[in-house]
Write a protein that binds this ligand. Structure first.
Ligand code: SAM
Ligand code: SF4
Length: 465
């Protein structure tokens, strides 16, 4: 029997993409992926470092694995991802059961690193230029939507963020390879791609002769068999007319823009070194709304950044009111050693940060509910993911089963072009995963929209009654 491995993935989409590459590389080496560490020869933790909590999880998991290793000394334990890159040797010093540590920039060397384990512990977190001569093997998860990394690293050094230290400088993958990768995913049956980059819309800026990000979107829009293109994460400073124009012109590019604002205070934005003011951010948001009708805007917000006053925080509330984000990811500032913000004075007390978090979350919940309710009665295109297991309590937003009906009609879930989760009742033949169906929204909930397909079903029922 071949060797078996388990991989646990923490953190962002980029880590999930890296896990797919690691899986592809290990399969090529004859390993088989499994879920139970008790039956594995190799266990990998693909770690995250973005906030303190993410790092704490790693050592508690390593503690459990070290006990397993005591019972099975042949088990190899590896740590990779952002935390591994930051800590390097420090991880195995703190947890001696760890055999292998490798960084985000050393993934494709994995077969070689595994070979070195015969001689003892291996640590490789060196910063290296990516090898973009050919595509690395990849074993994608899921079957509808594929991650495709278009750039590696980040040059922005926002003062709160570890990413430039854990993923190194920005490198854009040649567009030729990106097109090849997207076409390969389509041949495998994927109908949607999400282009990934820490600062995805600065794509190509450092590579003379390369496409711009807008150019890349336009090029991928021509890939046959591909239905939808998404991308994340865009930086407001690089959101320009070329990019928004490409979104407007390219039918496959979904009308969703995730554009992290982080704060609504110019003073805080300056200390974060984000490179824009609140007004500039709002004018980019306005450009998107103007050019991309029905466009859905989402964002990231940090509360409690060092020195954030009540007045600064009011600026953030004002931006939430004005930008009217469909949803946001909100974070309390987490001090990251080694970043400039770590040593900034005037840390915001935990209690004040928690209160601000709650207040901003309350405001955002109201805006989200208003926006989702406004979609009631509209028809949206949904890519079907599959049926929702029947349960006695209806899903959020789903219409209740008609009175007197013993078994409720079949319910399905999928995603709209605007990235809303949509749960709907099918009144026709059950749709298949990957189908694009037009769903009439009947209820706009906080976390999902509920509706009916086909959209005319309800009208027919209404005219019959
Ligand atoms: N590259 C993206 C960008 O520029 O917005 C996202 C990077 S990060 C993986 C995702 C989000 O985590 C950031 O947008 C930010 O809101 C949040 N984040 C990063 N560092 C943080 C920190 N030290 N404390 C709290 N939130 C943080
Ligand atoms: Fe971090 Fe800023 Fe780069 Fe995003 S743009 S990854 S927040 S440094």
């Amino acid at each position: 029997m071949g060797k078996r491995f388990v991989i646990y993935t923490y953190g962002c989409q980029m880590n999930r993409y890296d896990t797919e590459t690691i899986t592809g590389l290990l399969e090529q080496e004859g390993y088989e992926r499994c879920e139970d560490p008790a039956g594995a020869d190799l266990v990998l933790l693909n770690t995250c470092s973005i906030r303190e909590k993410a790092e704490q999880k790693v050592f508690s998991q390593l503690g459990r694995l070290s006990q397993l290793k005591r019972a099975r000394p042949g088990l190899k334990i590896g740590v990779c991802g952002c935390f591994a890159t930051r800590e390097g040797e420090g991880i195995s010093r703190r947890q001696p059961a760890v055999d292998l540590v490798f960084g985000t920039q050393n993934i494709t060397k994995l077969p070689e690193l595994l070979g070195g384990l015969a001689g003892g512990r291996v640590v490789d977190v060196a910063a290296v230029e990516p090898d973009f001569t050919e595509l690395a093997p990849i074993r994608r998860e899921g079957s509808l939507s594929a991650w495709v990394s278009v750039a590696r690293g980040c040059d922005n050094f926002c003062t709160f963020c570890v990413v430039p230290y854990t993923r190194g400088p920005e490198w854009s993958k040649p567009s030729r390879l990106i097109v090849e990768e997207v076409e390969a995913a389509v041949r495998e049956g994927f109908r949607e791609v999400t282009l990934l980059g820490q600062n995805v819309n600065s794509y190509g800026r450092k590579s003379p002769g390369e496409l711009t990000f807008g150019g890349l979107l336009r090029r991928l829009d021509r890939v046959e068999g591909l239905e939808r293109i998404r991308f994340m994460t865009s930086h407001p400073k690089d959101c320009d007319a070329d990019m928004v124009g490409a979104m407007a012109e390219s039918p496959k590019v979904c009308e969703h823009l995730h554009l992290p604002v982080q704060s609504g205070s110019d003073a805080v934005l300056r200390r974060m070194e984000r490179g824009y003011t609140a007004e500039e951010y709002l004018s980019k948001a306005a450009l998107f709304r103007e050019q991309v009708p029905g466009g859905v805007l989402t964002s990231d917000v940090i509360v409690g950044f060092p020195g954030e006053t009540e007045r600064d925080f009011e600026g953030t509330l004002r931006v939430l009111e004005e930008a009217r984000f469909d949803s946001i990811f909100m974070f309390k500032y987490s001090p990251r050693p080694g970043t400039p913000a770590f040593s900034m004075p005037e840390r915001v007390p935990e209690e004040a940060a928690a209160e601000r978090f709650e207040e901003a979350a309350r405001l955002q919940r109201r805006v989200t509910e208003e926006l989702h309710r406004a979609l009631e009665g509209h028809v949206v295109e949904v890519m079907v993911e599959g049926p929702i297991p029947e349960s006695p309590s209806p899903c959020e937003g789903c219409p209740a089963a008609p009175p007197g009906e013993a078994a409720p009609p079949k319910r399905f879930a999928g995603r709209s072009r605007g990235s809303h989760r949509v749960q709907f009742v099918s009144e026709g033949l059950p749709p298949r995963p990957g189908d694009l169906v037009d769903v009439r929204i009947l209820r706009g909930g906080l976390h999902a929209l509920g509706g009916i397909w086909p959209p005319s079903a309800l009208l027919m029922e209404e005219s019959a009654s």
